[in-house]
Each structure stands twice: as C-alpha cells, then as structure tokens.
Design a protein around this ligand. Structure first.
Ligand code: NAD
Ligand code: DAU
Length: 351
C-alpha cells in the first residue's frame, strides 16, 4: 500500500463521499475510516464499498487519545484527512461545549497523534484539515471571502472551527507538521442529514409538513454539490501546497427563500403534485440567533492553481439530490424515526 490515509468523520455526510472517492480512485491506498458514529454518523452511507479490500472502518472517538495512538500505530498511518466534527449551527447554539470538545480538543488530539507518530521525519506526510467558510463571519450585500479574509466567527460552531484552524496552523508554524486546510461553502447532495436546510425541506415536502424559513428568508448561502467538494479535497490532498489554505465554493449564491421556492417547484413536478402545492407549506419562523446574513466564496485560487471548478449546475445537482432522497425513503425513514424526532420537536415547536 502506497499510503495509509486515516479519514475521520467518514460515516458522515461529506466524509462518506470523500471515503468512497478515495477507496474507488486509489486501490493502492488503504483508507481507514475513523468515526465515533454520533447521531450524524451512519454506516449505511458506505454500504457499497464496505467490503472493498482497501477499506477499513474503526469506531473510535477523536476525544480518546489512547484510541488515536493505537490506530496510528496499528495501521502505520501516513496521512490524515480530518472531517470529524459537530457540524450543525443550531445544535451549537443549544450545546456549545460539545463543539469545543470535538472540534477544538478533538482536532488537537489528532494533530498531536500525527506529530508523535511522524516525529522522526515529517516528509511525505500530510495532515489535511477540512474546514468551513463560516470562520470568515458574515458578508454584507457584496464581496466574497478570499483566503486572506480575516477570521470573524459568530456562532459557537464557527468559533470552534476557527479555533481548530488556528491550531492546525500553529502545528505547522511551531513544529513544521505538514498541514493543508480548505474552507468550503454550504454542501448539499445525497446522504445529507435532514437537520440542514435542503434535506430538511425535502423531507418535510415529502411528508406535507410546514417548511420552516428562519427570519425573513433573505439570508444567502453559496451551495456546492458534495461530490464536487470531494473532488476538490482529492485535488488539494494530492496537489495543494503544504501550509496553504484553499477556499472551495460553487459561485452559486441563493437567498434561502428563493432556494425553497425552487425546491418546491422541482418536488411538485417529481411528486406529480399540482404546481404551487408545496409552496403553501412555507412558514416563516423565529430567526436563528446571531444569524450570518451572507456567505460567498471566492474559489479562484483553487481554480487558477489546481484547475478545479464545479462539475454540475445547481439545478442538476438539486434534481439529482431530490431523486436520491425519493429513491432512498428507507434511509430517510431510519434517520427520522429515532432521536431526530425529539431534536425536531425541541428546535421547531413553538418557534
Ligand atoms: P456530519 O455532521 O454529517 O458528519 C460528522 C461526522 O463526524 C459523523 O459521521 C460523526 O459521527 C463524526 N464525529 C463527530 N464527532 C466525532 C468524534 N468525537 N470522533 C469521531 N467522529 C466523530 O458533518 P458534515 O456536514 O459531513 O461535515 C464534515 C466536515 O466538513 C466538518 O468538519 C464540517 O465542519 C466541514 N464542512 C461542512 C460543510 C457542510 O456544508 N456540511 C461545509 C464546509 C465544511
Ligand atoms: O457554510 C458552510 C456551513 O454550512 C457548514 O460549515 C455547516 O456545517 C453547515 O451546517 C452549513 O451551515 P448553515 O448554517 O449555513 O446551514 P443550514 O443548512 O443549517 O442553514 C442554511 C440556511 O438556511 C441558514 O441561513 C439558516 C436557514 N435555515 C436553516 C434551517 C435548518 C432555515 O431557514 N430553516 C431551517 O429549518
């Protein structure tokens, strides 16, 4: 095996697409998927590759230093792609400390484990940290986040991710650990957990439930198909510069309310419902505290230096995403039948 890559958070939404891509594209690598299987982790996401000879799953927690040390030794890990995190802004408002533990302390544990394992010679190793555009704060009506934009996080989630980015850079500056960081905009696609805007709306439209739009619905996000994020991670992992940051985004801004209208339109067509049926479910609800107005990524460095650009239009990606959810009702039902129901009640009832 040429490389042994520890991918953390591989049972989650983006992680599962990254694991699948690396397992399929690089049979000469061993891919070790480390995941604690929190509410967001789901091995069903990886059913198609679970028996691949170059794939191993390890249920482990990045908060458990002994488990990390053991896994680095047992597998002789050569590289890390770190995605494990608490990822939902609304949950970070309810339980900020969970985000500090996993996103900050968990990341430092992983950095420390890599540094200890590779201490004799850092050359040839990569510690790739997957981060978010939310670390840059909020934009007004104009402008884009570049790699030089000053960090200005507002939610406990984005503050914890910003802190983890700082620690990753500190390990590069202080110890010379060979790191790479990418900061990506909002992802969407198959396997997206239905606590986030797009899959939550798809699930509610299927079930004729109210579509909860926060505040006036004029908040803006820059959406990227998850498979294009996985392509970008692959490219940066292999060709990006050590010590560098790369912004990843779809050049695809949508106000939430317009996006919900588009979803309603596409779903009415696919469900053979009369045009305008799903729009009637739109319900404006109490705003998210500290809600960032607008995110938009300038991904031109990634385009110019490494030749990356998104492979699908938003309409195509959204249509494929809806089809995936309609074809995978069992996946959706399994997820929404358990603890999701009590989270939903707590988050949305009386809002
Ligand atoms: P997700 O919530 O779907 O998945 C997170 C995964 O991490 C789950 O499988 C979970 O079980 C695992 N995990 C959580 N705590 C863990 C722990 N202590 N130890 C081991 N595993 C643990 O998240 P996602 O949306 O796939 O995001 C993945 C990464 O990408 C995160 O770091 C997130 O900050 C970043 N990101 C996400 C987006 C987005 O739009 N979703 C955009 C940019 C960056
Ligand atoms: O920008 C990247 C980030 O995108 C990632 O780092 C996060 O992990 C990911 O969760 C996502 O964060 P957002 O807060 O932007 O995503 P979310 O899907 O929660 O919300 C998108 C927008 O939709 C936001 O303006 C809030 C709004 N919203 C969300 C939900 C869940 C609603 O109006 N109603 C809802 O029910």
């Amino acid at each position: 095996m040429k490389k042994v890559i520890l991918i953390t958070g591989g049972a989650g939404f983006i992680g599962s697409h990254v694991v699948r891509r690396f397992v399929n594209q690089y049979p000469e690598y061993l891919i070790v998927n480390l995941d604690a299987l929190t509410y967001a982790g789901n091995l069903e996401n990886l059913k198609d590759i679970e028996d691949a000879p170059n794939y191993k799953f390890e249920k482990a927690d990045i908060l458990n230093v002994d488990q990390l040390t053991q896994l680095f030794d047992v597998y002789n890990v050569t590289d890390v792609i770190h995605l494990a995190a608490e990822s939902h802004v609304d949950r970070s408002i309810l339980s900020p400390l969970d985000f500090v533990y996993t996103n900050v302390i968990g990341t430092v544990n992983l950095l420390q484990a890599a540094k200890t394992k590779w201490k004799d010679d850092f050359s040839g190793h990569i510690f790739y940290h997957v981060s978010t555009d939310e670390v840059y704060g909020a934009l007004g009506e104009t402008g884009l986040f570049t790699e030089e934009t000053k960090y200005d996080p507002h939610s406990p989630y984005s503050a914890s991710k910003a802190s983890s980015d700082h620690f990753v850079r500190a390990y590069y500056d202080t110890y010379g650990l060979p790191v790479k960081i990418s900061n990506c905009s909002n992802n969407y696609g198959p396997n997206h957990f239905p606590e986030k805007l797009i899959p939550l709306m798809i699930n509610n439209i299927i079930n004729n439930k109210p579509l909860p739009v926060y505040g006036d619905g004029k908040y803006t996000r820059d959406w990227l198909y998850v498979i294009d994020h996985a392509r970008a991670i692959d490219l940066i992992f292999h060709e990006g510069k050590i010590g560098d940051t790369y912004n990843i985004g779809g050049f695809n801004e949508w106000q939430n309310i317009n996006l919900v209208h588009l979803l309603c339109k596409q779903m009415d067509e696919k469900l053979n419902r009369e045009a305008g049926t799903s729009e009637k479910l739109i319900t404006y609800v109490k705003d998210r505290p500290g809600h960032d107005l607008r995110y938009a990524i300038d991904a031109s460095k990634l385009n110019k230096e490494l030749g990356w650009s998104p492979s699908v239009t938003f309409e195509e990606g959204l249509s494929a995403t809806i089809d995936w959810f309609l074809d995978n009702k069992e996946w959706l039902d399994n997820i929404t039948s358990g603890a999701y129901a009590s989270y939903y009640e707590h988050q949305y009832d009386n809002r």
